[in-house]
Unconditional design. Structure first.
Length: 278
C-alpha cells in the first residue's frame, strides 16, 4: 500500500467528483487534457525551466465543494485556556482511553489542539457494541496540495473533520484498530458507511485514492484500494495484492459499487473531548 499511496500523492487535482462517486467516463479525456494545460501554464509562468517536480497543478478553487468542511477555530483566549478532568469509570472502558487521549493532546500539542479534536460513539458493524471514534480537524488533501509552487493563486486552506483513530471493546477491554489508516496520506474525506465499511478518500476528488476497511466482530481489516492516476489509468489492489492490478474505468466503477453495495455514509455527530461522560 505504501507504494500505491506514494504514487497517488503525486497526482493532480482537476475535475470535481464527490467522495465515493464513480468516475464519470465522459469526462476522463477532458480531465487529462485540462490537467496538462494547467500544468504547463503554471510551470512556465512561475518556474521557467524547472524539473518535473513542479508538473502538478495546484488545488483549484472548487476542488472540495462537495466535501463537508469546517471553519478552523480561532486560538482560545488566554483566560479560557484551562484543562478539564475526564471522568473515568470501570463500567466504561472507553473513559480511560478518552482521558489518556485528551491528556496527551494537552501535554504535547496544547489546548488549541484539543479544540480541534472530537469523538463519536457508533456501532460500526452492528454487533451491539459501539466503537469509539476520534476525529481531528485537518487540511483537506494535506498541505502539499496547497503548495504555492503549483498555482498562481494564493488559496486559503480548506478544513474538515477526519477520522484519526478507532477503538472497539473486545473481551471487556478497549482495542485500538491499528490496521485502519483513514486520515494519513493527504485525506480529504473519511466516511463510515452503513454496511460496516470505513472509507478513506485521499488526495483530491479529481484523481482520488479510495481505501476500504471492513469491520467484523469488532475488528477492522483492510479490504482494498482503488486509484485513478494522473495519466488516466485505473488500478486496484486487494487485501493480498503486492502490485497494482490495472483495470478499465468501467471495472474501476464496478468494483467500487461492489464494495459499497448501495451503502450510504452515516452522519457523524462529533462531540468535544471535554464533554465525554457528561
Amino acid at each position: 500500500m505504501k507504494k500505491l499511496f506514494a504514487i497517488i500523492l503525486c497526482a493532480a487535482a482537476v475535475f470535481l467528483t464527490a467522495c465515493g462517486n464513480p468516475v464519470d467516463e465522459s469526462k476522463s479525456e477532458t480531465t487529462t487534457t485540462e490537467a496538462a494545460v494547467i500544468t504547463e501554464s503554471h510551470t512556465t509562468e512561475l518556474y521557467s525551466g524547472v524539473t518535473t517536480i513542479y508538473e502538478r497543478p495546484g488545488r483549484m478553487r472548487d476542488d472540495y465543494d462537495s466535501v463537508p468542511t469546517m471553519t478552523f477555530p480561532a486560538p482560545l483566549p488566554e483566560k479560557e485556556r484551562t484543562t478539564v478532568k475526564i471522568r473515568t469509570s470501570k463500567k466504561d472502558p472507553y473513559s480511560y482511553v478518552v482521558k489518556k487521549y485528551y491528556e496527551n493532546l494537552v501535554e504535547n500539542q496544547g489546548l488549541d489542539a484539543v479544540e480541534r479534536a472530537r469523538y463519536f460513539l457508533y456501532d460500526i458493524d452492528g454487533d451491539g457494541s459501539e466503537e469509539l471514534i476520534f476525529g481531528q480537524l485537518d487540511v483537506l488533501g494535506g498541505t502539499d496540495v496547497y503548495d504555492v509552487r503549483y498555482t498562481t493563486d494564493e488559496l486559503p486552506m480548506v478544513y474538515g473533520m477526519m477520522i484519526v483513530d478507532v477503538y472497539s471493546i473486545i473481551d471487556g477491554k478497549p482495542f485500538r484498530q491499528d490496521k485502519i489508516n483513514l486520515s494519513g496520506g493527504g485525506a480529504y474525506e473519511t466516511q463510515i458507511l452503513s454496511n460496516g465499511i470505513m472509507k478513506s478518500c485521499r488526495d483530491t476528488p479529481y484523481f482520488p485514492l479510495y481505501s476500504y476497511y471492513k469491520f467484523t466482530d469488532g475488528v477492522g481489516d483492510y479490504v482494498a484500494a482503488l486509484v485513478m492516476y494522473r495519466n488516466g489509468t485505473f488500478a486496484y489492489r486487494g487485501k493480498n495484492s503486492r502490485e497494482d492490478e490495472f483495470i478499465s474505468q468501467e471495472e474501476f466503477n464496478r468494483r467500487i459499487a461492489e464494495i459499497e453495495d448501495g451503502a450510504h455514509p452515516i452522519e457523524i455527530e462529533w462531540k468535544r473531548l471535554q464533554d465525554y461522560g457528561k
